[in-house]
Ligand binder design. Structure first.
Ligand code: GLN
Length: 304
């Protein structure tokens, strides 16, 4: 079946698939989102995007931003980075503190909050004006010049970031964070607040399906080795303690966020973004995962 037909079929099959989860409610800007919003966009290597539903509506990308910051930092720091962040699934919630003490302030991986905070610390070392650098990077990847931070989301995140502050302080006590904790949390809350549509997300992840090059501009973002690593980390750690189940059901490297978005890629083929704000108990989009499972099943192609 053609890609367009597959997307339309899944969209219509799942259009009433709501009421199975909870919309994130730790800040007002997220809890007020329309819970039945639903969008799918798939971008192919020729730059074409095929979408269904609310695909132009922007939402809070939240933890999906962790892929962008990791891509920015790893292309500068290379192997040295992996002395301070691990590459194993955590098997715990995204904001858990529990492993950090035993593992001496080295977070399990860069896609749980503790790991992302270390990455943001290194980003501040590399880019003094980090907020500008992040948004410029996302605009470059997507080719969309008006993507920006949602200031009200960033502010609410800041007001409720006690746990992230605790994580950053704890890591700092082991010497694995160098900058001021407040500066790290400020950048981190802003990166989580970036507002994008599924169409824009699918385009911005295409470099991970095309060996590190933005197919529409030919610009190289990173080398094939970095792409291999970013995709491997998404596959093993991208959906927190549901990463194994996601690999089992969907078979693509992916990254989720509590705004209800998930982005996934099939190397050398496509990237796909879905958005549906109701979350399961792991903080992952319930309908998003179901959509992606049906997608690889219908398509008959996954990374396996
Ligand atoms: N802003 C959220 C947090 O740091 C992002 C978490 C997520 O999307 N899983 O807790």
């Amino acid at each position: 079946m053609e890609l367009k037909n597959i997307i339309n079929k899944i969209f219509s099959e799942l259009s009433d698939y709501t009421g199975h989860g909870q919309v994130a409610d730790y800040i007002p800007a997220l809890s007020s989102v329309k819970r039945d919003s639903f969008a799918i966009s798939a971008a192919t290597l020729d730059g074409n995007v095929i979408s269904a539903g609310d695909f132009t509506e922007r939402f809070s990308i939240q933890s999906i931003s962790k892929v962008f910051t990791l891509a920015m930092v790893s292309r500068h720091l290379g192997d040295k980075l992996w002395e301070s962040v691990g590459r194993e699934p955590s098997g715990t919630a995204f904001n858990s503190l529990i492993q950090l003490e035993q593992e001496k302030g080295i977070p399990r991986n860069p896609f749980i909050n503790s790991g992302a905070l270390v990455i943001t610390d290194r980003l501040i070392d590399l880019y003094p004006d980090s907020k500008h650098a992040i948004i410029d990077f996302v605009r470059e990847l997507s080719g969309v010049k008006d993507i920006s931070y949602d200031k009200s989301v960033a502010l609410s995140e800041l007001e409720t970031s006690h746990r992230n502050l605790a994580l950053a302080n704890f890591i700092k006590s082991f010497g694995n964070i160098h900058n001021k904790v407040e500066d790290i949390i400020d950048v981190y809350c802003n990166q989580c607040s970036i507002s994008m549509s599924t169409e824009e997300l699918a385009k911005s992840f295409l470099f991970l399906a095309s060996g590190g090059v933005i197919p529409t501009t030919g610009q190289r973002v990173c080398g094939p080795r970095s792409v291999k690593r970013l995709n491997a980390l998404m596959l093993t750690c991208g959906l927190y303690n549901e990463s194994g189940d996601f690999a089992f059901r969907v078979g693509m490297p992916g990254k989720s966020g509590v705004g209800g978005g998930i982005v996934a890629v099939i190397p050398n083929k496509l990237s796909i973004a879905v958005w549906s704000p109701e979350l399961n108990s792991n903080g992952n989009s319930y309908r998003g995962i179901e959509t992606l499972e049906r997608f690889t099943t219908e398509l008959g192609i996954s990374v396996f």
